[in-house]
Design a protein around this ligand. Structure first.
Ligand SMILES: [Zn+2]
Length: 84
């Protein structure tokens, strides 16, 4: 079934509805109740909006002062940094 995108001209409410081709188009806005709800012609089918891939920082796994050896812990506590 196709997806139709509707928009209200009064309040700007926007929503996608799955309807049959034979279904009567919606006219009443579910948000404000006015009959200014109309089908947007541009949207047909699925629309990928704002697909963002966020690269998260890797936490842990490296100790900045490992070469100092365990005699002089630079990570705060001795053996507390998790790097050995
Ligand atoms: Zn509305």
């Amino acid at each position: 079934m196709p997806i139709y995108e509707y928009r209200c001209e009064s309040c700007g409410f926007q929503k996608e509805f799955i309807q049959k081709m034979s279904d009567a188009p919606l006219t009443v806005c579910p948000e404000c109740g006015k009959e200014t709800f109309s089908k947007m012609l541009s949207a047909a089918g699925f629309q990928l909006k704002g697909s963002g891939w966020y690269q998260t920082d890797f936490k842990g796994g490296s100790c900045p002062a490992k070469e100092e050896s365990k005699a002089a812990p630079a990570c705060g506590m001795a053996g507390g940094c998790g790097c050995g």
